[in-house]
Design a protein around this ligand. Structure first.
Ligand code: NAD
Length: 323
């Protein structure tokens, strides 16, 4: 791999991990990030690599992206664009839908528009299990429907998928839509483990959990996630828009268990207080069962199941937060 790739949101949790792997595989990379949540530090040691360019850029801003992609194209042809930028705070988007309209949808719309103008024809998109909505215990295959998201975040991810489908009719040669589960690891910018660790940092005696702890979800370590994306990106593709669920093969773990593990690692003896509702917040899907058979047919399997991904991430995030 010695082509140029663009990673929008490349200074964030998943984006910075992806950039690290792309550079390791020989690509040169342009990171576009507005640093609203991502940080240059997350690219740490990589910043001295001459194959890495980092530009501060709001990818919902039309003129900014177009100029950045033109500069990149003048250095070398841009082979592929990875869109990893979005609003990561789902509850915030429930209270203020504009956040998801701009960060989760408009970023996709404007990036696709700019790709068409500068001639980038391969687009990889970080979508989410949130597009499915709440189907209870029904196993979620890529073809299940109707898709009725219950958060603005999920709605704007689904709208982005639709926009990608239209773009692939117009100009894209290849579009991959990755539907992520809950992803854990470092550098953590958000998520359940970081939330628990920070709460215990400010009050080592008590951990307050959103919801009654019975929410059960699948978790994937970020190293497995990036590995899976690259397997899909390099696979022979029969479909114009390739939709792929990425996740572990197990049924997931309960939030109650995660809280107990974080307490025992960070603040043994702390009291755990649960809420009364079966979900954490408005728009939270309390349980989902993911089918990853399509990904398995491509020959991919995760190294860590949900339980081990969580345990490893608790260690990593505890160290990140100074424990
Ligand atoms: N982490 C998960 O569990 C998870 C689950 C499902 C989907 N996803 C999706 O994966 C992608 C990466 O998520 P993450 O967990 O790394 O989140 P993150 O917040 O760490 O990374 C997102 C990055 O995008 C940047 N960004 C946000 N708005 C921007 C804008 N307008 N212009 C430029 N940069 C902008 C942020 O500064 C950040 O660096 C997102 O699209 C997210 O919706 C993540």
């Amino acid at each position: 791999m010695n082509e140029q790739h663009v990673v929008a949101g490349g200074a964030g949790f998943i984006g910075s991990t992806l950039v690290r792997v792309l550079l390791r595989k020989g690509a040169s990379v342009l990171v576009l990030d507005d640093f609203s949540l991502g940080r240059r530090d997350y690219l740490g040691d990589l910043q001295s690599d001459p194959r890495l360019h980092i530009e501060e850029c709001d990818v919902a801003d039309r003129s900014g992206i177009e100029a950045a992609l033109r500069r990149a194209s003048s250095r070398a042809r841009v082979a592929e664009l990875w869109h990893m930028a979005a609003n990561s705070d789902i509850p915030a988007g429930v209270h203020e839908p504009d956040v998801d309209y701009r960060k989760t949808f408009q970023t996709t719309y404007e990036l696709l528009r700019a790709c068409r103008l500068v001639g980038i024809d391969t687009f990889h998109f970080a979508s989410s299990s949130a597009v499915y909505g709440d189907h209870g215990d029904v196993e979620l295959h890529e073809s299940i429907g109707p898709l009725l998201p219950i958060s603005n975040y999920g709605a704007m991810k689904l709208a982005s998928e639709a926009q990608l489908s239209a773009a692939s009719e117009a100009f894209l040669r290849r579009a991959n839509v990755f539907r992520f589960p809950n992803v854990v690891g470092t550098p953590a910018t958000h998520g359940v483990i970081l939330d628990f660790v920070r709460k215990l940092k400010s009050n080592p005696a008590r951990l307050q959990v959103l919801g009654n702890g019975s929410q059960q979800k699948a978790y994937l370590h970020v190293s497995d996630l990036v590995d899976a994306m690259l397997v899909v990106a390099t696979s022979a593709c029969q479909e114009k828009v390739q939709l792929v669920n990425i996740g572990p093969v197990d049924a997931g773990v309960q939030v109650r268990w995660i809280a107990e593990q974080v307490v025992s690692r960070v603040s043994p003896g702390a009291t755990i207080e649960f809420g009364s509702e079966g979900r954490g917040w408005l728009g939270d899907v309390p349980r989902f069962r993911y089918s990853v058979s399509k990904l398995r047919e491509m020959g991919w399997a995760p190294r860590l199941d949900s339980e081990h991904a969580i345990l490893r991430a608790i260690d990593e995030i505890s160290v990140q937060e100074g424990f």
